[in-house]
Design a protein around this ligand. Structure first.
Ligand code: SF4
Length: 284
């Protein structure tokens, strides 16, 4: 199935987000989805534009709010595969509260964060993923704040699927997105996606020199949460691959009682008109 549409992305040439878009399109096709079975919900930022560049249902939300919208979509129509996406500023700053609660809720959606360690759309300010000492227009003398580790955060709040990739590793990234879609629960995939225009530190070459593939670590076991945490600490978070997966825990949808078997969007709600009128009148 073709998840490409005829909208030309207006990302800068060389932006890492192009590969993430391609990986999402390939993964959706590889798991056998039809465009009408997929909803891509995004936040604000350069990466937030991605919902308009994929042939599927799409919703470009407001800053940091892709996850509340995505969760609403999934609860209203569990037949849809839902992917939420955005940048590190979107998901780990203004949207961090939603990220944590969606993770611990374990609702069955895939969240792809394009992590470029900077705010690109607003022309280059320090983000929650920028390292100490990182100089931008907002921190001309260098950032004095520690950066957030999203993978450690996710493990701490009860994530059942935690993965990380690099935008040039198209094959690995595609496979991780497929695994995230197939996972029955919340999957967080953090993708190092370089901003070639404003981040001159965390470049493609920098990542190539500093990243370690988990597949190169002998005996690494993604079902072992303690091992995952130790490995993240040892490598300062700079690992790629499936970091942790728990297939035992049930998803939010499986646990909600009285939840319609079919999509709520197609259910006959059998509304009592008097009750409905009374309800509405309270808001008038
Ligand atoms: Fe990509 Fe940076 Fe350009 Fe935004 S400003 S499109 S993140 S390269």
């Amino acid at each position: 199935k073709d998840f490409r549409n005829n909208v030309k992305p207006n990302w800068c040439p060389g932006c890492g987000d192009f590969s993430v878009q391609a990986a999402m399109q390939r993964a959706a096709a590889n798991v056998g989805l039809e465009p009408e079975n997929l909803a891509v919900i995004s936040g604000i930022g350069c990466s937030g534009r991605i919902s308009g560049y994929i042939n599927s249902y799409g919703f470009h939300g407001i800053h940091g709010r892709s996850l509340p919208i995505a969760q609403g979509v999934k609860m209203a129509n569990r037949d849809l595969t839902v992917i939420a996406s955005g940048g590190d500023g979107d998901g780990y700053a203004i949207g961090m509260g939603h990220t944590i609660h969606a993770i611990r809720r374990n609702i069955d959606i895939t969240y792809i964060v394009m992590d470029n360690q900077i705010y690109g759309l607003t022309k280059g300010q320090t983000s929650p993923r920028s390292a100490v000492g990182f100089k931008t227009k907002s921190t001309p003398m260098g950032s004095i704040e520690e950066s957030i580790s999203p993978m450690k955060m996710a493990l701490t709040v009860g994530a059942t699927f935690v993965a990380q990739s690099f935008s040039t590793d198209l094959k690995d990234l595609t496979a991780l997105i497929e695994a995230g879609i197939n996972h029955k629960g919340f999957s967080l995939i953090n993708v190092f996606s370089p901003c070639v225009t404003y981040n001159k530190v965390n470049t493609y070459d920098w990542f190539k020199e500093n990243l370690t593939k988990l597949s190169d670590i002998e005996g690494y076991d993604p079902s072992n949460r303690e091992d995952a945490m130790q490995t993240l600490m040892k490598h300062n978070g700079l690992v790629t691959g499936l970091i942790y997966q728990n297939t035992e825990r049930k998803s939010y949808q499986e646990l909600v009682t009285g939840y319609s078997e079919g999509p709520l969007s197609k259910a006959d709600l059998d509304l009592d008109q008097n009750y409905f009128d009374k309800l509405v009148s309270e808001f008038i």
